[in-house]
Write a protein that binds this ligand. Sequence first.
Ligand code: ATP
Length: 247
Amino acid sequence: MSDTILQFDDVSVRYSGSITALSGVSLTVRQGEIAALLGGNGAGKTTLLKAASNLLPAERGRITGGRITFRGEDVTRTSPDAHIRKGLVPVLEGRRLFRSLTIEENLVSGAIGAGLRSADIRRGLEEVYSFFPRLKERRQSRAGLTSGGEQQMAAIGRGLMARPQVFLLDEPSMGLAPLVVAEIFETLSRLNRETGLTILVAEQNSAVALKHAAHAVVIGNGRSTITGLAADLAQRDDIREAYLGGA
Ligand code: ATP
């Protein structure tokens, strides 16, 4: 399909010890949309995002079958750095900020990783601060001393500094109060509307993800179980009960 930006075809992943985490998962992410990747604990969401960033070898995992295509190009075996330079940027769970560096230094680290120059870095910081005014207020604070919500915003901001075309976002709601989660998803929606950023977001909080996504895929036990319009899935009690913990 011509508006496809990221495609998984029959992707399987195994970790060392022969743990099969994904078995033949297929999904399509369309240019300019927010797509939700849903499923309970251990369903395989993080594994899928790591597969799309080629971060599995560091976890002693590997893609054992299938293909991942980004803008028509096979990226199944592309290095993690090359993924970022192409615009496929992961924002993983746990936030992984440099705790002793300031918020601004953390943001800049995202641009350096992507090989950007100083004028681009200044423009990038302005853009991040326009979407996250709180980060501007906290820019001189050490990341380790900021709140969980501010850290999540900084992780997203650091990803933005790499000039993404697609964000691979893992559980942005994790450990955060409902109001903060709502604020973060509102900002992601704004980013999507105003910059055209495509977002594939893995969430256990299916209610908030379905509210903001166009399409959703539910993974159960390493297989893509249900795919559809987010608005339709949000209406289906059977799905919520079977796969989404009634959330
Ligand atoms: P959660 O929301 O709890 O993070 P998830 O849907 O993201 O869950 P994954 O973390 O992708 O699920 O895990 C999928 C399966 O792969 C699980 O059975 C998990 O135990 C296994 N797994 C994940 N990481 C590793 C690893 N580094 N080594 C071995 N097995 C792993």
